[in-house]
Design a protein. Sequence first.
Lengths: 447, 501
Amino acid sequence: MRYIPSTEEQQREMLKEIGVSSFEELIASIPEKVRLKRKLNLPPALSEHELEEKIVHIAQKNADFYNIKPLIGAGAYRHFIPEAAKALMQREEFWTCYTPYQPELSQGTLQAIFEFQSHISRLTKMEVVIPSIFDGASATAEAALMSIRLTHKEKIIISSLLHPHYRETVKTYLEPHNIKIVELPFQNCLTSVDMLKQALDNNTAAVIIQSPNFLGGIEDIEEVTKITHQDGALLIQVIIEAMSLGLLKAPGNMNVDIVAGSTQSYGLDLHLGGPYNAFLATKKSYIRQLPGRIVGETKDKNGKRAFVMTLRAREQDIRREKATSNICTNHNLNVMAGNIYLSLLGTEGLYQYSLLNFRKAHYLEKELLKSGKFSNTFTYPYFNEFLISYQGDIKELQEKLVDNNFIPPLSIVQFYSEEELKQCLLFAVTEIFSREELNYISNLLSR
Amino acid sequence: MKLIFEKSFPGRIAFSLPSDSFDEIKLEDSLPAKYLEKDKKQLTEVSEVDVIRHFTKLSKFNYGVDNGLYPLGSCTMKYNPRINEKMAGLPNFVYAHPFSFPEMIQGSLEVMYKLNQLLCEITGMDQYTMAPASGAHGELTGVLVMRKYFLDHGEKRHKMLIPDSAHGTNPASAAMAEFEVIEIKSNEKGTVDLGSLSQAMDSETVGLMLTNPNTVGFYDEGIETVQNIIHDKGGLLYYDGANLNASLGISRPGDAGFDVVHLNLHKTFSTPHGGGGPGSGVVGVKSKLIPYLPTPLVDLDQNTGKYFFKEVGKKSIGMVRSFWGNFSVLVKTLVWILSLGSDGLYQCSRASVINANYILAKLREYYKPAYDRYCGHECTLTGREYKKYGIKTLDIAKRLMDYGFHPPTIYFPHFEPYADETIMIEPPESEGKEVLDDFIKTMIVISKEAIENPELLTSAPHRTPISRTDDAMAVRRPILTYDDELILKDELNYQEKDINF
């Protein structure tokens, strides 16, 4: 077996040194009754060549996705990833190592995480950053739990324009804790601020609002935060399209208390939805209630700067059932990818990419409206994702786009049953589309 | 070494832009100024070469499985085959959007469907959910499923039994489901004490979370009785799959009475740890628990031969994350299983158990184990002998680095008789005899150094990019971002910022 170096002969020697005559003696403590008395019924082992052909064959049953650009986002965005980032991520030292418990052998991972925390802190203008929770949905759920620990209150208000999967996940995480969840309706693709005022009371732990929201709308976070704070509740802003941080006002400049942000847009491919990554960012005063790992700077005994996992007294391996969360393994490698991506884009690059996303999405919307087949039932500020109604047959439109090598926009009725949304499509346009392609799409859909 | 921010020069760039910038579209036409940041967010200004050099240098400060033995106990740091990576990187998988129509992702769905079948056969379970992102995430999913099962049957059970040898994630996960954690002591053999278990188990108790072999590396010989105690009182048995690498093709948790199982695909199934993830913590259950799994599952329409996402139904605990699972990790797992087959899987467990017992046999004289018995895929020793020379186990671990090894897990588990100076060693099947011999020889040399020249250990490591860190200072004065450091710049006064190694 190519992954087991020791030969039969060597294993016999080892058994002899152990002092047993057979392997069976070593596992004698496994009761007969729970032994498997047959071989596992698995397909026969394949040579590497056979294996490659088999898996390539399975992959070919997928569409040729590299050449099919998505006009859909809805929580997962295809952006261009520079080759330098991809090449660096191939370095085995980054991906064959364990969680950096031994700082002397892990400075590479630890420093990169520290740099990522610094990047996110500057992008969000928040003081403290937990670099890795599994994904935006679980990070949002952890933020909700954190707000309950901080406030000792029992109600959470969630915007109905929070990604449906995120809402589901928050409900799953909160279900055992006897927490009242109130969903806020929306108007004109933005969360209803009037309804927020009604829903808030002094038993509210937090208000969770996504911006840009699930329909792409940029919420008036400053206003929402002001209202939320009047009742002593915390404002949790969820950001899924992190590319928007290149342009949009930082949550920290809008008095947000906790940010849960997916970083899929920072150097991660789509992979059918995972693995992605998310951060939690907050104020220093809330540090003790944060879930998950964080890296801090210190000195080694010779006075050199060094990085270590720190503030660990919150974590499960030390606190067990009293920990702030059960999270252990997170998505650190995707933190590395995000840090490399942000380093390559830098100050100017992230701004320019962000601007291109904004401009191309608005360009396509304009072109579609010109065709007469589309109308904007709603007008609201958005970043790179917008809702538009289509006068024709949606199924036909979808087929047309698939036939022309595009993944169609999201048909929103899948998630929202409101009558007025029946004919609505949620388009996402990132920097990967050219003017020719966008013109082609609008021509195609005007016919 | 210098941070990427400290390598920044105004005007440098590492990105490229298309010539068409769509500048006829004006921000201010569609976005009120109050939504925009006034100034650009200050990140870095570096060239592509700067970035490549920076991260290449950082990579050299890391130690991975490809560099040598990484014997962390209960972590199963085995070789990550390259073919797995290549297959997970096929463009048709990589660029698939999670909301693509089912007919566009038949290949991806087939991967999930087939993997479910294989994992069910390997573990003796009836259905897996691919959603959980890690072991602990799988635990949370599993305990929520158990909770929902009892609620659905009109039972209010609020206690969870967990052995003192368990990983910290077990009690932490149980607490996230609002269960009261009851700790079960280990017996004189290092496994679950059946008397205490029997006493603790009652009709208000959900069940038991068990790692088998446990975190010391021992198979629980009382497993049949354990099962009866839990099931007789209507409870459920949870299997923490962290140590499944000892049991492939030998014993299946499903046959030993476990109702819920989580697997760490990044341990037993060879997918990389990535410096702390992403892994995958898929959860398998017996048929009576399928209705409570997270939604959705992948199914096959027998008539059309097409795969599709199937909603689990009203009893489901709901979703535990966005989208469907850590898909690329699932591809790697499938590839690994197909490359080994049933004999290959058995050989992996056999080789890892022989490896661990070989180390135990060779080192027991120098680092006394607490129990006199054979182990599974990992062995637990102690460094207590050397306390009288002023040596802590931490010193032994750091000294190992000087000889080019990653240290084993230390100071875990915490329970008596392992309360202190524990060394837990897991040498997976991908370590050959000569590597183990080198390690054994080194451990013996260190045991002599501990007596004859303890300073060598207490001052170790000597050959790493940095020496031991001041962890207390990191907590006392948290510097968690570069901007935190800038505030304290003068006070910190580093000797050297650019490490050359």
